[in-house]
Every structure is written in C-alpha cells, then in structure tokens.
Design a protein around this ligand. Structure first.
Ligand SMILES: [Zn+2]
Length: 530
C-alpha cells in the first residue's frame, strides 16, 4: 500500500501507536475495526489504531490487544484506510423532503462515497420550517445524516414571489423574521444563491438586512455567489460581496463550490484565494468548498438566458421568448453568455422533462447542427418547446481546480445534482485523482477537508473526527481500488472501493454492499441566540 499511496507516503513513515493514556474507554464494544491506517480528521499524520463502536458512539481509539478489548464483531481493516465519515457541505440530496421516495432518502450514492452527513439547503433553497423538515426526515428515515441551512431564496419567494422589484422595508422585516425562525429551529446558517433569479434581484444591502435575522445565532453564510464568471459584477467583486455579507451580519462566509467559471476568469484562482486570505487577516473568517470536476452542472436557462428575462417566473420567460422583439434582444446577450462559458461544444445536455429525452447526452453544438439553427437559437427553441434542460457546462481549468484544492481553507463538496457524475463520484474521484494518482494534496488533507474541517466550520457537534465519545460515523476504504465510476453520460454509477460505512454506529455499507438501512439523523444546532 505504501507504494500505491504515494501522496500519503510521508505520513505512513510517521506511523505510530496512539498514546495509551486516552480518555474514558469501554472494555467491550459492538464492533471493532482492527488494524487499519487511521486518518482521524484532524489533519494530522496517519496512525495505526483500532476503532471500537458501541451503540451510536465511538468508544475506543487505540490498541485493542493491549487493552484486551472484547468485541461483538471484528472487521479486519489491514491495508485499508479508516476515517471519519465525510460531511458534504453543498448538496441537493434531500431537497423536496418530505416528498422523496425511499430510494432517494437512502442516499446510497453518497454512502458509497463515504459520505455520512449532507447539508440540506444549498444555494438559498433551504427551508425556514427547519424543525418540520428535519422532523419529517427522521420520521420517514434517511440513509445519511443531514443538517440544514435556512434559505434566502426560499424566504424571498415566500414573501415576494418571483418579483424583480426591490424589497420594501415591510418585506425585509417579514423575510428577516423567517430567517430568525429557521435559525431558532436549528439551522447552522443561511444559504443564498444570488446568481439565480429571483435571488439575483436582491441588492447587497437587502441581503444583509434580511440575514441580520441570523446574527443573534451566528453560523455560516453559505453562498453560491452572484457571479462566478464575468456575467455581471465579475468574479472578484462577487467574492468581495459574499465576504461583506458575512462580515456585516457576523457570519462566517463560505464560498460554495468555489471556481473560476469561463474563459474570461481562467487563472483567477490565486486572486480569489488572495482576497480570502486578506479577509481572514482582517478578522473575518471566510472559507470555501469545491468539487473536483471541470464541468459545472446547471441548466440552459441559468447558463445562457439573462436574468431580466426571468422576472415573474417561467411563464413570463416563455412569453418573452415567444415575443419576436424581446427574442431579438435576448439572442445577442445569450451569444455573449455562451462565449463566456466556452462555446456550444462545452454545453452537454444531461436532463429535463420527458420531451428532453432525444437530446440527452449530446452537446448543444450537435443538436444545433442537426436542426440547422444557430446555437443560442436552438437553446431558446428547446427552452420554449421542451422546457428548461439540465446541462453539464465544461468551463473550468485543471490548473484553477488544483490551485483551489491546495488551499487549507478549501473543503470538499459535491454539489451533487441529477445529471452530473459529481452526485455519485466526488469524494472517491478526489482521492483517486488528486491524492493517489497525482499528489496534489495528501490523504490527511483530503480527509480533513472532507470531515473535521467541515464540522468545525459549521459547528456540527461530535462528528467529523475519530474520537472517543463522538458519533460513530466511520468509514473504511481500500486505497488500492477506490475510484469514481460515474460519467457525464452515465452519471448514476456507484463509486467503488468503499468497504464499510457506519452511520450512527449502524452498518450502512457492509463489505462494499449498501445495506439500505436508514440510520441518518436530522442534526440540529443546539445553541440558541448568542
Ligand atoms: Zn450552487
């Protein structure tokens, strides 16, 4: 394994037993994971240690033989890596709860990546009825844990519909009260997606005024920020806006799925990280999360259509597309948006309503050639006739991805959504591609960025580390075989190499096979207002 785990080689040299004098320990456990190479989530070097689980907790970390520990079941982890279950801070897994099928609620695609906890409420779509959603999740059963962010987008739609108008003081008061309600019910922060209509219609000042509803609680301002490219205010100004919103509301800023999107901003990763460093030096915490793919997952409308055309919602958009004068105004702006993203061969159609089926798996360029119409004309026709379609948009460079990944304040996330392999492959891909095959980061950094660091940033209690007393979210994977299998054409292929996954002490993956158990919990923020 030392040979295969090249990036972790330095750490393996330092392998040492855990000090014998640890905290209170059990003398018997239900499950003992014996003989593995342990990355405990702290970012420190690997240890040789045995991990004991009793009930839903880790009750032993150390040398089981020396401690004469009795175990109900022993798992031989020789040659395998043992780490805390991964925590995914940007997902769409449980959006739509309680109206999700049991299959969806099992979240097997995440479990097979070693993910044991996912956020609900990225991009500003989080609930304000946090207690209700978490309660329903637990009543129906979920395969991974989840914690919630309340959502700026949700509250704006609730109070103002899809209006592009500025919020009135009364509307701001109503939105702020809903944010406060969500925080009071256990949200770990507030999400926003200012790139998306109708959230995009809110000024910085409006967002700050509304998010002050979270200020008494603290937590994270999680941001799909306004412009990851050169659409409106530009990437760097957009990062500045996200940091200002966090700073002025007393929340940690998280730049969700950080990237440099499109030809105009390629190479900007260093500049983004420099802005974040300066912000931290000035006393405000800002972090980011990232998925390891060169394509983002979005939709035809979101990627190509200017936001003004969406004012009033989808029906209004359809009327505008049908109106020849408005259509003539849309086309040049859409051409510019397509150029920004890299052209018609970089948009792969991945999903949509049933009528979208003949187009799935083909690029916009291919469909346009077949129809004999221009690229943006084809996109508009598809939106008008078929409806909005999901796209994989190849708009990032490996160089920027690696630059972001190496930064100690950039965590792992999937942004998992239907039609993109990141939903099924993110964590194994990062391990395979950026730790094992190419030593961009070390295994200890990979594990920390995907577990302990996320728990600390969000304040998730008793998870994200292999420590006695912590919840038994524990994973065991094989560094020889772990890899992602999902592709852009077949995005729902389960990853391989994850051997054992425990969620709250229950076996969710047994020797590589998902058990279907619904062992997840809704995690609530315990503390009230500061
Ligand atoms: Zn997003």
């Amino acid at each position: 394994m030392v040979k295969r785990v090249r990036a972790a080689a330095a750490a393996l040299v330092l392998l040492s037993p855990v000090p014998a004098a640890a905290a209170v320990r059990a003398d018997s456990v239900d499950i003992l994971v014996r003989g593995g190479t342990v990355y405990d989530g702290s970012g420190g070097p690997a240890l040789h240690a045995d991990i004991g689980i009793r009930g839903d907790r880790i009750v032993f970390v150390g040398d089981a033989a020396t401690a004469a520990l009795k175990a109900g079941k022993t798992i031989d982890a020789t040659g395998l890596i043992v780490s805390p279950g991964f925590i995914d801070p940007h997902t769409h897994s449980f959006e739509g709860l309680p109206n999700l099928s049991e299959e969806r609620r099992k979240n097997v695609g995440a479990l097979m990546q070693g993910v044991t906890t996912v956020v609900t409420g990225a991009d500003g779509r989080g609930p304000f009825d946090v207690a209700g959603v978490l309660g329903e999740a637990e009543r129906l059963g979920i395969g991974t844990n989840t914690y919630a962010l309340t959502g700026f987008g949700t509250v704006r739609v609730k109070v103002m519909g899809n209006s592009s108008a500025a919020a009135t003081p009364a509307e701001i008061d109503s939105m702020r009260a809903l944010i406060t309600k969500g925080m009071g019910e256990g949200a770990f922060g507030v999400g926003a997606g200012l790139f998306y209509a109708p959230q995009s219609y809110a000024t910085t000042e409006e967002v700050i005024a509304v998010l002050k509803g979270a200020t008494p609680y603290g937590g994270v301002y999680d941001s799909h920020h306004r412009d990851e490219s050169s659409y409106t205010i530009g990437l760097l100004n957009s990062v500045r806006e996200a940091m200002r919103i966090g700073r002025e509301t007393g929340l940690t800023t998280n730049i969700g799925h950080v990237k440099a999107l499109g030809v105009d901003v390629w190479g900007y990763a260093d500049s983004v990280l420099a802005l974040m460093r300066a912000e931290r030096a000035a006393g405000h915490m800002v972090v980011a999360d990232q998925y390891p793919w060169t394509a983002s997952g979005t939709s035809l409308v979101a990627s190509l259509v200017p936001r003004w055309a969406e004012s009033g919602g989808r029906d209004s958009l359809r009327l505008r597309i049908a109106d020849s004068v408005t259509r003539e105004k849309l086309l040049p702006e859409m051409r510019e948006n397509l150029r920004r993203r890299g052209g018609d061969s970089t948009l792969l159609l991945t999903g949509g309503p049933p009528a979208a089926k003949p187009y799935i798996g083909r690029t916009l360029k291919q469909v346009a050639a077949e129809k004999g119409t221009g690229a943006v004309e084809t996109a508009l026709d598809l939106i008008g006739t078929v409806g909005d379609m999901g796209v994989a948009s190849f708009n990032m460079t490996e160089r920027d991805i690696e630059t972001f990944m190496k930064d100690p304040y950039v965590m792992t996330s999937s942004d998992g959504s239907a039609g993109h392999p990141r939903l099924y492959g993110t964590f194994p891909r990062k391990i395979r591609r950026y730790v094992l095959d190419k030593p961009v980061i070390t295994m200890e950094r990979m594990v920390r960025a995907s577990s302990g660091q996320v728990a600390e940033v969000y304040g998730i209690p008793d998870r994200g580390a292999l420590k006695e007393g912590y919840f038994a979210d524990v994973i065991v994977f094989d560094p020889k075989t772990i890899r992602d299998v999902a592709t852009y054409v077949e995005p729902e292929k389960l990853s391989v190499g994850m051997r054992w996954v425990f969620v709250n002490g229950r076996v969710a993956v047994a020797d590589g096979v998902p058990t279907g158990v619904l062992a997840g919990k809704g995690i609530r923020r315990a503390v009230g207002p500061r």
